[in-house]
Design a binder for this molecule. Structure first.
Ligand code: ADP
Ligand code: MG
Length: 258
């Protein structure tokens, strides 16, 4: 099967399953988390100091909590997945989704890179503001996580909007981070594929992005050079040829910092 179709197929199956599964997992997970918290509390009482294996017990409980945390993140992302299908399509300005996601990602970005806006006057797209915001947020957080903390002057994350082919709006998120080797690049849209440590990555971000963008009739592509950085390009069908009203905060062409 063609690779793109294979991904779409897997995504559809996962979307159908995920809502119900997420719900079923959430209840026992709450129960596990509450009990682990209670055990942790018990292990820090004076009486617990008598236990010969106190440290081992503490470690076991803390490992279990990390596991529960990981499951919690997966459930959260699965929920997002199952909502992809319910998107309400209206004409939206991509800049609104972008500004929303920039606001949310700012704490992650600030310590790592300058944020540069290169925003053009682009037509409205047929979409769902929340879903588009989710896509841009995923791309921005990934970009930030590809850059080491501590030297924000040395790195840039650039968000760019422009008119592509006639009737198409292009949104790019570019970073000067780690980049990806080919063997990573070819798997990034697969559900659950992650190179990040347990607790940081669920590997669902880009498959959700892919699902949302294709459900809006768009495309998402990537270019990456190890050691130099990565550019994600989202292409969305425009609803009309007329440009969207000027974005409220950034002027149509502007470079700026977060
Ligand atoms: P997660 O972020 O939870 O790992 P994603 O689906 O968002 O899952 O991304 C999958 C993988 O793709 C990441 O673990 C990382 O290896 C790679 N990746 C995504 N975006 C970038 C980027 N901007 N720079 C470098 N690697 C990236
Ligand atoms: Mg991610």
């Amino acid at each position: 099967m063609e690779r793109r179709l294979m991904i779409a197929d897997r995504m559809a199956a996962l979307g159908t399953l995920s809502g119900g599964v997420a719900h079923e997992i959430n209840n026992p997970l709450m129960f596990i988390s509450t009990n682990l918290a209670w055990l942790e509390e018990g292990l820090s009482t004076p009486a617990a100091r008598q236990l010969p294996q106190l440290e081992e017990f503490k470690k076991a409980v803390s490992d279990a909590r990390q596991g529960a945390e990981r499951v919690r993140n997966i459930v959260r992302d699965l929920r997002t997945f199952s909502r992809v299908e319910e998107a309400r399509l209206v004409p939206v300005d991509v800049h609104q989704g972008l500004e929303f996601s920039i606001n949310v990602a700012t704490p992650e970005i600030r310590t790592r890179a300058r944020l540069v806006r290169e925003l053009g006057a682009v037509p409205l797209v047929l979409g769902d503001e929340t879903r588009l915001g989710q896509v841009f947020l995923n791309l921005l957080v990934n970009a930030a996580q590809a850059i080491p903390e501590g030297n924000p002057e040395a790195h840039a994350i650039t968000v760019r909007t422009r008119v592509g082919a006639p009737g198409e709006v292009v949104v790019q998120v570019q970073d000067t981070g780690s980049g990806m080797p080919p063997e990573v690049l070819e798997r990034i849209f697969d559900p659950f594929f992650t190179t990040k440590p347990v607790g940081v990555g669920t590997g669902l971000g880009l498959s959700i992005c892919h699902g949302i963008i294709t459900s809006l009739g768009g495309r998402i592509s990537v270019e990456s050079t190890p050691g130099r950085g990565t550019t994600f390009t989202v292409t969305l069908p425009a609803t009309e040829v007329r440009p969207a009203p000027r974005p409220p905060t950034p002027a149509p062409i502007r470079s700026g910092r977060v």
